[in-house]
Design a protein around this ligand. Structure first.
Ligand SMILES: C[S@@+](CC[C@H](N)C(=O)[O-])C[C@H]1O[C@@H](n2cnc3c(N)ncnc32)[C@H](O)[C@@H]1O
Length: 303
């Protein structure tokens, strides 16, 4: 871990988080653009290597603000599946985690894994961003619930075959990788036969709309079937600085089936009537009308 960067304390949350209203940056909000490079958003094809090269440093830059803004909502040892606030305690899509070996992909500060460990599981976090994992270490110390974590990519898991009973991902790595078939195959490789896989992503239908929490975000303006990634390009260097990938619901079914999974659940959490929180393009205005999150649950074939 890089010890030269600033101490890992929770900075104060920015006031009045609002969307930039363009593109599909996850949680495209807050004051983030003032600290990162000046970027232009576009749709273009990018490789897996480019996605990783861009997203690792991007999440390092964004981590402090992400944790300051969303940490209290997530809970230091809480498991929230998305901006609607649906918790694993209520959903139970992972099943009983007690005594299970569990891996979290794109774990950020490992809040979800910490919840798993308070339920008797043995969870390990994995994330591309060292800064996110420094926040995990901070929460280990603050809560006394320690989550072992590794800095790696979901497309190349540093674990032996059949190491885990459960793999999950809450808005983590999956929508940031280009080679999704490979990432899901890696998940299947490290799961034991009959193992459980569950993950949440931006609901694929959201890609038709501008990433705006207000009424503008309800007007379909882009093709649902256009899989061209959302990309931010550093204006000065021309380098790709952030990438998000889109797959249709049908694509997800094919990828999961192709890796040997049986899909058991596709949950589309409803927006709670009294939930006013804005998270990037997620808001009550849109949430009461269109799904913002998709949660898949699947089992690996038994042999
Ligand atoms: C939206 S955050 C979610 C973090 C956490 N699950 C949560 O709920 O706060 C997405 C995380 O995915 C990580 N990530 C992006 N690409 C990744 C990859 N290829 N492999 C592993 N993690 C990745 C980012 O560094 C970031 O921490």
């Amino acid at each position: 871990m890089d010890q030269a960067i600033s101490p890992v304390v929770r900075p104060e949350a920015p006031i009045d988080p609002l969307s930039t209203g363009s593109g599909h940056r996850f949680g495209a909000i807050e004051t983030f653009d003032t600290t990162g490079p000046v970027v232009r958003a576009e749709r273009r094809t990018v490789s897996e290597a480019e996605s990783r090269r861009a997203n690792g440093p991007d999440w390092d830059r964004y981590a402090d603000e992400y944790q300051a803004t969303h940490g209290p909502f997530l809970g230091d040892a809480g498991f929230v599946w998305g901006p609607e606030g649906l918790t694993e305690a209520d959903l139970g899509v992972l099943g009983d985690v007690a005594g299970k070996d569990v891996l979290e992909l794109g774990s950020g500060a490992c809040q979800c894994s910490r919840w798993v460990n308070t339920r008797g599981g043995r969870a390990i976090g994995l994330d591309l961003s060292g800064r996110q994992l420094q926040h995990s270490r901070r929460l280990d110390e603050q809560t006394g619930v320690v989550v072992p974590a590794v800095q790696a990519t979901a497309t190349d898991l540093p674990f032996a075959d059949r190491s885990f009973d459960v793999v999950f991902c809450s808005f983590g790595a999956l929508q940031f990788v280009s080679d999704i078939a490979h990432a899901v195959a890696e998940t299947a490789r490290v799961l034991r036969p009959g193992g459980r896989f569950a993950f949440s992503i931006t609901h694929p239908t959201r890609w038709m709309f501008p990433d705006d929490p207000g009424p503008e975000g309800l007007i379909a303006a882009q093709s649902y079937w256009d899989r061209t990634p959302y990309v931010e390009v550093d204006d000065e260097t021309g380098e790709v600085s952030y990438v998000e990938h889109h797959r249709t619901l049908g694509d997800w079914v094919s990828v999961l089936a192709g890796a040997g999974f049986w899909i058991t659940d596709l949950v589309e959490p409803e927006w709670p009537e009294d939930h006013e929180r804005i998270w990037g393009g997620w808001s009550r205005t849109r949430g009461l009308l269109t799904p913002g999150t998709a949660i898949f649950g699947a089992n690996l074939a038994s042999s």
